[in-house]
Design a protein around this ligand. Sequence first.
Ligand code: PLP
Length: 445
Amino acid sequence: MQQSHLIKPLLDADYPLADHGKGIFIYDSDGKDYLDACSGAVTANIGHGMKEIIDAIQKQAEKIAFVYRSQFTNEAAEKLSSLLAEKTDNHLNWTFFVNSGSEATETAIKIALQHWLEKGKPKKTKVLSRWMSYHGITLGALSMSGHSVRREKFTSLLEDWPVLEPPYCYRCPYGKEFPTCGLHCAAHLETVINRVGADQVACLIVEPVVGAAGGAITPPDGYYEKLKSICEKYEILFIADEVMTGCGRTGAMLALDHWGVKPDIAALGKGLGAGYAPIAATMVSDKVMEPIQNGTKSIMSGHTFSANPLSCATALAVLQLIDSEDLLSKVEEKANYLQKKLKKLQSEFSFIGDIRGKGLLIGMEFVKGIEAKEPFPREFIFTSKLISIAQKNGLLLYPAAAGLDGRHGDAIIIAPPLNITEDEMDELCKRLREALLELNIDNEG
Ligand code: PLP
């Protein structure tokens, strides 16, 4: 084979060459099909090759593909920001478009800091976040990420921000159980704020359902309500990183909608363009924008491709398709069907320790000993083994960290396109079962 000049995730790995995609399947250059059980990186929310989106991209490209945001506004960006505002009941009334989830979360904290600066509170600069979290790969986003493995090569360049324990009920960091725990993991925010000093804290950022850093860790009811009320009490902005969870992944526009909690700022990405275009967004409430509107009247951030017409037209078509096919109202039913089938696998394979998640964002954690929840030894590389066997057999799965230190645990995320059918879910579970069998692990159960 000819030498590749492309820097891939693993330099010496042999990746198949993707040829085309149709629905929930990707086909490689040998014609082999892969059932995309994780929408790539929880991104391809409406599957591949949708004609409506391709038409919208072509139409926009024929009109105009690029304008610079300091010289022109454009119809696609205007329409998309209006639709997004409408979808948050005009609570997040303002949108700033960027190109990736990392940029969206970094922009979120920049806006939070600018908000306090323009309000005459320049000391409010600290960003609180949680361990077992991932907010992006750029240095600012990594600073807020409680992801030991992704941080460790760059620690000298990172702020020491994450402080809260995750709401990880399967392995409660406090050794407690819900509901007798009294949501200690949320209440602890108050202690942290008091230690740091509320006058120093700008914002708290959280993933409503923890993605790659925890395998769809989903807190119990009441958790986000409590975090939000503590933030309000101490005048701290509440930022939802909905890069993975937003745009319908859990069956609602924002995952926080399930708990009736309204963030001050939200970051969107992944599913916004559903993989048809690189686009992400930072959405901001009137309350946060007000001092900026009355002050410098400009957000101190921006990228060459911010509000790019082609990307915005793509995202607009994606959201319109989700609406016209009424996909969100069907997520819960599909998720119940899939969870039921996955639980059946759990009864067959005793090393499936936990199945969790919200809507079609499902996590599966694996353990060596079901009672002790003992992880597999590191050298067993359980997750990567499972993922490569599955891919060889035509099933795509997304890896996630697990275990309280984010290093000694194994999990995957199952998050197929929202328009997956029951037959396709049956096929997904069939291929997953085959991969689990091929692992050839002594099954206690
Ligand atoms: N935030 C969350 C919750 C994510 O899951 C990710 C990516 O996985 C990001 C931010 C970063 O997004 P991107 O990879 O588009 O920069």
